[in-house]
Design a protein around this ligand. Structure first.
Ligand code: BES
Ligand code: ZN
Ligand code: ZN
Length: 500
């Protein structure tokens, strides 16, 4: 779907559909609509007067009329109460607008962006939010499906996002560029995750990361099994030893020349398929465990975004990638392994594998890059999904300011993060008997004990852990998140990096 900005006064031929937003219970349509298309304003005014449309959220009013100047037809999108307006509402309404366009078989669309302006969402932000949400909403993972027969919803080919003041050209085109970069990164991440585990083993993730590095001129290193062994990364070795697929540790680096201002390390869990290993998972829903590499995909996608946005920070993306399989060579419950930082771990449950590979990767990140800030992102615990469903990321860490900043970024992007405590009392659950630590504890608080496990491998002051087990995947279509991988975390990180 092509998206461009268009100056209202310069539009000549008509599009198939003009889209405008109208808040609930307004006496008149937004003034911005009259500058865009006076006939559209008149039609909207009449619809409001006759109460055929009152602008509640979910409401859509469509009509077609020769006299319209911008398009053959008009769709009014109900925006709900203005006092409830926020970015997330806006995203939902924009997604609904695209859905409406598809339903009406509109191939060309004009978007009256200014009519979506309300309290707490600035116009400048809308010019980024609209294309971003349109592209996110347009995404489907259907490459393995036969093309749909005609008669089905047709994709929208082009959208003009309208603006009325020539002077805005610079800012609206900057916003559009950023939206393109950000959505490219998110959709890249979704694709990586949605690919099944037979197509996307660790070495294929490495291949995709190499492409990202080549396109974005990033430094990349990919460590294979022998290097991982030489470095003493006992967690990565133990988890991967049951699989025919060799593990990899990917290190992507951007902006080394900014290193004196402090380094940021992002670490993502890359389990390309999680069967649970010998502590095997039930077969119900096991097919979804291809999304257990969502953290790694997010980190690589973020680095792709970073390579184009070019913030003035040194950023390192690290992705330990393995497949967790049961086999004659798999690790056993009760095995004691030695991790990169020298600590010993008794593997109580081979299904708690994410923390084993992350423990190595976090300790490695700290030892090699001495980062100012260290963040990991992982589909780490089913418990986090139980607590938050797909509504929030579990957030734990050692730096209150970092936590606040991540939360603020999440409120903006709609990837909300909610804090959980990291109290040392929980550590008793994973204190080892024959080893330093156990990889699981009994007694509940699974998301917290998992994070406390990770903390044993973090030697830097400022660290945060994001548990995306609930948010990385949706089982049904949601506004702007089609069923499957959501790419959660990429927009969050790129937003957070604006102020880093
Ligand atoms: N990958 C899973 C966590 C997960 C579960 C992610 C459901 C997304 C949806 C992780 O490796 C795991 O299996 N964790 C176990 C830990 C337990 C054995 C202590 C869990 O959450 O059940
Ligand atoms: Zn597991
Ligand atoms: Zn897992």
């Amino acid at each position: 779907m092509k998206i461009v900005n268009g100056l209202v006064s310069e539009t000549t031929s008509k599009a198939n559909l003009l889209i405008a937003g109208v808040f609930q219970n307004q006496k008149t349509p937004p003034a911005a609509l009259s500058t865009t298309d006076s006939e559209a304003f008149r039609l909207a005014k009449r619809a409001l007067e006759k109460k055929r449309f009152i602008g509640t959220q979910r409401e859509v009013f469509t009509t077609d009329r020769e006299a319209l100047t911008q398009a053959e037809a008009l769709a009014l999108i109900g925006l709900g109460k203005p006092e409830e307006w926020n970015r997330e509402r806006a995203r939902q309404c924009i997604a609904r607008a695209l859905h409406t366009a598809r339903r009406l078989h509109a191939r060309t669309v004009r978007f009256a962006a200014e009519t979506f302006q309300g309290p707490s969402v600035a116009l400048a932000d809308l010019y980024e939010l609209i294309p971003e949400t349109l592209w996110l909403s347009d995404y489907r993972f259907d490459k393995y499906k036969k093309k749909e027969e005609s008669g089905q919803d047709k994709p929208v080919e082009s959208v003009h996002i309208l603006y009325s003041k020539k002077a805005r050209l610079d800012s609206v085109s900057k916003a559009l560029n950023r939206a393109r970069t950000v959505t490219d990164a998110v959709l890249f991440t979704r694709n990586l995750i949605n690919e099944p585990a037979n197509v996307m083993p660790p070495q294929e993730i490495a291949a995709r990361a190499r492409e990202v590095a080549r396109e974005g001129k990033l430094r990349i290193e990919v460590f294979g099994l022998s290097e991982i062994k030489r470095k003493g990364m006992g967690g990565i070795i133990a988890v991967s030893q049951g699989s025919k697929q060799p593990p990899v540790l990917i290190v992507l680096e951007y902006g080394k020349s900014y290193a004196q201002r402090g380094t940021i390390c992002l670490v993502g869990k890359g389990v390309t398929f999680d069967t649970g290993g010998i502590s095997i998972k039930p077969s119900q829903d096991m097919e979804k465990m291809k999304y257990d590499m969502s953290g790694a995909a997010c980190v690589i996608g973020t680095m792709k975004g970073v390579s184009r946005l070019k913030p003035k920070v040194h950023i390192v993306g690290i992705a330990p990638c393995v497949e967790n399989m049961p086999s004659g060579s798999a690790q056993r419950p009760g095995d004691i392994i030695r991790m990169f930082n020298g600590k010993s771990v008794e593997v109580i449950n081979t299904d708690a594998e994410g923390r084993l590979i992350l423990g190595d990767a976090l300790a490695y990140a700290a030892a090699r890059f001495k980062p100012k800030t260290l963040i990991d992102i992982a589909t780490l615990t089913g418990a986090c999904r139980v607590v938050f469903a797909d509504k929030a990321i579990g957030l734990l860490g050692t730096d209150e300011r970092l936590i606040q900043n991540l939360r603020a970024a999440g409120e903006k992007t709609g990837e909300r993060c909610w804090p959980l405590p990291l109290w040392e009392e929980y550590f008793e659950q994973i204190r080892g008997h024959h080893s330093d630590i156990l990889n699981t504890g009994a007694g509940g608080g699974g998301t917290i004990t998992a994070a406390l496990f990770l903390k044993q491998f973090v030697s830097v002051k400022s660290w945060a852990h994001l548990d995306i087990a609930g948010t990385a995947w949706v089982n049904s279509d949601k506004p702007y998140r089609a069923r499957g991988a959501t790419g959660v975390g990429v927009r969050l990180f790129l937003e957070w990096l604006r102020n880093a």
